[in-house]
Design a binder for this molecule. Structure first.
Ligand SMILES: [Fe+2]
Ligand SMILES: [Fe+2]
Length: 377
């Protein structure tokens, strides 16, 4: 913790690092610089250039059994019209100043009752939704209406007009929203717009993106798609789980992640959106992965099963519908506690940003047989 009366709190007695001790003459000099909105780099250099990434985020598990009743209660307290979006957001204790769940990623749980519909809007932030419970949910993106069931995942990329709702014949629906709002705000590039008609027309057959783009390894001829995000928009749970099971039948997968598959843009094979990527991984019954760490912020959603993850030396138990985060450069490993059933973890992250900017770095844990010593639970 920096002592405000001192300028040498970040000194390090290491060759090549700033190591200047305060003197009355230097303190007077620093104060003169402050008057001109300037400062001496050596007083802050070791702070702003740490030896390795130092995340402000802390590992957290948000348990659905704790949050669900509060999410449902918001229905009695506010209307979607008044709230804009009726969402309980995940507020990482280390990132409250930017309302992030982890790093520069925002996430929240949104609830909607049958017949309700949020107004159409668009923004520079990119968004995704992962459906948790209920039937009849839909999203409309640029005139494409997509029907959604549990564990389906849908995109609302940067700049697209979108609205969410639940058909009047459906049941109350809860889903997880994931957005790069804190990142776009950090880049000071966020715009927000409400549709002039408040709603948009459905201008294409329902679920057209799924019909057009979900052929495995098949690309429609002359598709004409040039936008920087996936034209598939919706990724269904059934085909995702099938793909994981098939791969698990022929591959050991990764020692750090089990059988991990990335959702991709079928045109490029790249991430679903330029700023956020998503994946689903399968942990075999009883599997306990090795630990590694890497740059990037990751938000996991337990799509299936129960187990725990060790993050930064702490054990976090999870079960279906729980959400937990892995901050950048935190050691992590995952364990499936069932000896009979697989466990599946959905995850979204800022990996596309890390990779595009050449900031991605990964390291396996060398000590202790490759798994962390659990410091506390
Ligand atoms: Fe939105
Ligand atoms: Fe990882």
């Amino acid at each position: 913790m920096k002592d405000d009366s001192r300028y040498d709190s970040y000194r390090e007695d290491v060759p090549g690092r700033a190591n200047v001790e305060d003197t009355p003459e230097l303190i007077e000099y620093y104060r003169q610089l402050e008057r001109w909105d300037a400062g001496a780099l050596w007083t802050v250099a070791n702070k702003i250039e740490p030896w390795e990434p130092k995340s402000e985020s802390v590992p957290v598990v948000w348990r659905y059994r704790d949050l669900r009743e509060h999410v449902l209660r918001s229905v009695e307290l506010v209307t979607p019209e008044k709230a804009g979006r009726r969402v309980i957001y995940l507020n990482n204790p280390g990132r409250r100043d930017v309302s992030a769940a982890v790093g520069w990623l925002y996430s929240g749980l949104q609830v909607m009752h049958p017949g309700e519909c949020a107004s159409t809007h668009r923004h520079s932030a990119s968004a995704l939704r992962f459906i948790m419970e209920g039937s009849g949910a839909y999203t409309i993106v640029d005139g494409h209406k997509m029907t959604l069931g549990a564990n389906d995942f849908v995109l609302t990329p940067n700049g697209t007009w979108h609205e969410h709702g639940v058909d009047s014949a459906g049941t109350p629906c809860i889903w997880q929203d994931g957005l790069d709002i804190p990142f776009v705000n950090a880049m000071e590039a966020n715009f927000y717009e409400v549709h002039p008609d408040l709603h948009q027309d459905v201008t294409h057959p329902v679920d057209l993106p799924t019909a057009t783009w979900s052929g495995t390894a098949l690309l429609p001829h002359a598709h004409g798609w040039t936008k920087p995000y996936s034209p598939l928009f919706k990724y269904e749970w059934g085909s995702t789980y099938d793909a994981l099971r098939q791969l698990a039948g022929v591959s050991e997968g990764s020692p750090y992640d089990g059988v991990l598959m990335h959702y991709v843009n079928p045109v490029t094979g790249g991430p679903v959106m330029p700023t956020m990527g998503a994946s689903m991984q399968l942990l075999r019954p009883g599997q306990h992965t090795l630990a590694h760490r890497h740059t990037g912020s990751f938000l996991y959603h337990v799509a299936k099963g129960q187990g725990y993850s060790v993050i930064g030396g702490r054990r976090f138990d999870w079960q279906e519908r729980d959400i937990f985060c892995v901050p950048s450069w935190a050691w992590h490993e995952h364990a499936n506690l069932s000896v009979t059933d697989d466990a599946c973890l959905f995850c979204f992250s800022d990996l596309p940003v890390m990779k595009a900017l050449h900031l991605y770095r990964e390291q396996p844990l060398a000590d202790n047989g490759g798994q962390q010593k659990v410091l506390s639970t």
